[in-house]
Design a protein around this ligand. Sequence first.
Ligand SMILES: [Zn+2]
Ligand SMILES: [Zn+2]
Length: 389
Amino acid sequence: MTVPIAKLSFWGVRGSTPTVDPATWRYGGNTPCLELIAPDGTQFILDCGTGLRMLGSRWAAPNGGKAPETHILVTHYHWDHIQGIPFFSPLYVENNEFHFYSFRSKFLGRDSLKQVFEAQMALPYFPVDMSAMSAKRKFKEVDGGDSFKVGENKVTARWLNHPQGCLGFRIETPAGTVSYATDNEPGDSKLDASLRELAAGADIFINDAQFTPEQLETTRKGWGHSSWLEGAKVARQMEAKTLVLFHHDPDSTDRMVDSILRQAREEFDSVFAASEGMVITLGAPGDKVQAHMPGTRTALRREAQFHAKVCGVTEGGKDFEEETMVRDVSLQGALISLKHLPRLQSELQVTMEAPGADGVQAMNLRGYVVRIDTGTEKGHVAVGVVFTD
Ligand SMILES: [Zn+2]
Ligand SMILES: [Zn+2]
């Protein structure tokens, strides 16, 4: 019997507007777009932010055959959640078919999402009109409270507290449950309860973490967003297994997100900060939830041979110290082979011996684990780090 596995990929994690600032490079600047492949092969896309373009450019039908059924759930109509639509190349391919789900907005009326498509592609906002989009598109209206089956998966929609409304989605697959709650602010008791319903017992609970708890209480109150502290509170209360901090503020640099993540990890055991390129596997044998970052965004590196000592924290939360050789290094980071499996998004102290003019010198660097590849060398993992100072 094969074990059911679901794969969740993060194509866009930034809130409000895309960023191209180098200080936001590590977590990524594309706006919300997630992809969930369920064990039965059903493909879900959650939101159509600018991350959707990247998903489209990597579009591949499995086994070279017909593309799987794709079901696109759109949470609401703010720019950052729809901006990728005109740039999603599979929409221009005749044989593709897409099922779109979203709510009837009181500002748009019937066929709200269809109208959003037409408005986005109306002249003079876009060079070609809707007739260029030859893929089949089916639109389904969903309301908060609805539940429906797609393949062997159950989707539940609930209203969240956000200006002009926003839906949260919970997808239950045979490999585990993913709950997607972007764009929501705590403080409305009825909607706080529906957020908790979505999160209850979820394997992955993705929650809006745009603001700091201080901002949420003062200058950003009423803006429709949440904080890492709220996410941790709901995750603990509703016994979600892993919390993913999502919808990072465009003004939050990588260092700021690092610090948000550090604080959240003090409040709740299993937390990740959503990061472009991150893939979470659900239902893998032994370890139910696995997060890794495949090497999709590797910087130019130089082959080298440095003797190094590495100190860090393992996936299980234990301190480790290990001697190794660093063979692949750049100004920004390195790929290090380790026997220990460090925790993704944790800090590593790397002391490298580098040959200089006055003989061998020790270089102390603080690295941040952005990528883990298992299975390259037996008994070792290849760990990608970015140097933060
Ligand atoms: Zn948003
Ligand atoms: Zn919004």
